[in-house]
Design a binder for this molecule. Sequence first.
Ligand code: NAI
Ligand code: MG
Length: 360
Amino acid sequence: KTLRVAVIPGDGIGQEVMPEGIACLKAAAKRYDIDIQLDEKFQDWATCDRYVKEGSMLPENWKETLQQYDSIYFGAVGDPARVPDHISLWGSLIQFRREFDQYISLRPCRLMPGIKCPLADKKVGDIDFWVVRENTEGEYSSIGGKMFPGTDREFVVQDTIMTRHGVDRVLKYAFDLAQKRPRKKLTSATKSNGISISMPYWDERVKEMHQQYPDVEVDKYHIDILTAFFVLRPEAFDVVVGSNLFGDILSDLGPACTGSIGVAPSGNINPEGRFPSLFEPVHGSAPDIAGKGIANPIGAIWAGQMMLMHYGYKEAADKMMEAIEVALEKGGPNVITPDLGGKGDCAGLGGHIAKLIETL
Ligand code: NAI
Ligand code: MG
């Protein structure tokens, strides 16, 4: 079966890193005989250029069009000098996440060779876990409002929504992921000591779901001490699952504990495949370096690797991962990009990794 992928590079360095990601995916597809179709006709979708010219980030029929693909391979969006970020982001990426029910946000937190870890005394292998974030409900509901504005009775209220369906489906994904890993360990982020209704409910659902996964070891921490443990002893984690807000915090903190923003990838996943899932680098459009050709393409390449893994092409995905690691470890200063202390450029590092995928 053909894996149909819509490529949307977007703004800024999205346009620079995505061709490298595509080259690497093509190299992997060729070597492992994967039937993948990378559709590159979406050059001006989700761009601020388009917004300035046409008043919208996407054409009106975007949903029907993208619905025909298995996956979206996304670069970055945003050009804050011309278009406010809430317009560019809400007009594109956030629409995809919502309309395509991408209820899992998945990020690896992995210390890679050749990257200086901001935490002291960590070596490769010490940090290797996943953060699974609930991506559709929880604390980020739009139910609530402001009452009596400007008076001394003024107040605001914003509700947290946790549905059994919504909580259970993210927990199931996290348990499944933990079960596939050697350590089979799941950590749940909670705050049931302070948030006395929704968080005890979250804990209750974790306990219930655990019964279906007796071989998975489960622990839970309150979010405050959990963030401290991310920094103090990241070795302890394997799969970490959190509500929308807690997962948001953890999925920025986790990758930050492992070094460069330029290498981290992210998946926005609709596991049932009813809608396309989206894979993207964690970083944004980086206006400060856009156009210079020095962006690190590894975040985009690794996002492509996650995509292959998600659709079951494990061998090819493993080879891509190996190529990224070898490039980081042995590529040398002429290949490595300036964000990691080298003198290389985006196309050079991307080409180097594509070659490794073909030859390693
Ligand atoms: P950013 O991730 O674009 O940049 C932060 C810093 O990291 C900058 O100094 C940048 O040069 C550096 N950096 C980022 N990616 C890099 C790479 N691949 N190689 C080397 N250096 C890299 O975040 P920032 O500056 O907060 O946002 C810029 C724009 O991107 C805004 O419009 C923002 O809304 C948007 N954005 C979009 C995201 C997305 O599309 N998923 C995510 C984050 C921000
Ligand atoms: Mg965030």
